[in-house]
Ligand binder design. Structure first.
Ligand SMILES: Nc1ncnc2c1ncn2[C@@H]1O[C@H](COP(=O)(O)OP(=O)(O)O)[C@@H](O)[C@H]1O
Ligand SMILES: [Mg+2]
Length: 282
């Protein structure tokens, strides 16, 4: 694993990225995990926060059975290091919470606990990737507003495209979040990915003030389906599959494109926004 940029290199803020979608089942969890493993294979230290309350959670994809989650941290019974599970390739996983954790309903002491538990992690991470639920739930909005970068995963299905548009529309018109990466998944090829992106961006250009950027694409690939069945991430089980190669390209693109406003980044910036967001979510 490359380590050239560690050690005495100047400290860069942790990049906090949400992986989100309008519609469920478009591949968020699989892509979050693959992207995390790709970044990790490029020498970056990654924590994956499984914030999806859906079925195919990160720990299921990895065959892990975590015994604690963020609830145990918030109620003061466990520390952050005690709830973080070790994944393959040096990955760290913050497991999904059973039951709904409403970020908007955290007490003052829970917010303080969240902030102080993450305090030391600024030095130990390069990326925090957050696998959110689909749609427009309160937590999805909170995570997307607090994170500096958002990746919207979209499949070629018309409903996935219209739901992605609805998510982008609400985040931009109600909450002034205007920058999004678009990641078509389960498409046939690059041409279809560009079509999907074209459809989304032409409607967005006409009705919204947003900047959408095509991050790459991941094809429909049987290696992903097999990996889900065998509970081994496709990036590790099938490193030469097209899906894995595309994800590696996406990781390299992310590394080559740090966000403009690094001053607004970092873990404590993210957590302060997450805990302190005074947004009213309809
Ligand atoms: N690139 C792909 N190629 C083939 N199948 C895929 C791909 N991405 C996702 N899938 C399929 O879609 C299912 C849902 O993926 P998942 O990552 O759980 O979606 P989400 O987290 O958005 O609900 C997976 O179980 C897998 O069968
Ligand atoms: Mg999921």
């Amino acid at each position: 694993m490359a380590t050239a940029d560690r050690g005495a290199a100047p400290k860069k803020p942790v990049r906090v990225i949400t992986i989100t979608s309008g519609k469920g089942g478009v591949g968020k969890s699989n892509l979050t995990l693959a992207l995390a493993l790709a970044l990790s294979s490029l020498g970056r230290r990654v924590l994956v926060w499984d914030a999806d309350l859906g079925l195919a959670n990160i720990d299921l994809l990895l065959g892990l059975k975590p015994t604690a989650n963020i609830h145990d941290l918030l109620d003061g019974t466990k520390t952050l290091s005690e709830i973080i599970a070790q994944g393959p390739g040096g990955l760290k996983i913050l497991p999904a919470a059973s039951g709904i954790m409403e970020l908007g309903a955290l007490s003052e002491s829970q917010k303080q606990r969240l902030l102080s538990e993450f305090d030391d992690w600024d030095e130990a991470l390069d990326f925090l990737l957050i696998d959110t639920s689909a749609g427009l739930g309160t937590n999805v909005i909170y995570f997307n507003l607090a994170a500096q970068e958002s990746i919207v995963v979209v499949s070629g299905e018309p409903t996935s495209i219209t739901d992605a548009y609805a998510l982008i529309k609400v985040l931009s018109t109600c909450y002034q979040q205007n920058n999004f990466y678009i990641l078509p998944n389960m498409v046939a090829n690059e041409k279809e990915a560009k079509n999907v992106f074209g459809l989304l961006s032409s409607v967005a250009d006409r009705h919204l003030s947003v900047s959408l950027r095509l991050l790459g694409f991941v094809p429909q690939d049987p290696a992903v389906v097999t990996a889900v069945r065998t509970q081994t991430p496709f990036f590790l089980a099938a490193p030469t599959s097209e899906a894995s190669r595309r994800v590696l390209e996406i990781a390299q693109r992310i590394l080559a494109n740090p966000p403009d406003l690094m001053a607004e980044g970092g873990l404590s910036f993210f957590l302060n926004r997450l805990a302190g967001l005074g947004v009213t979510v309809e």
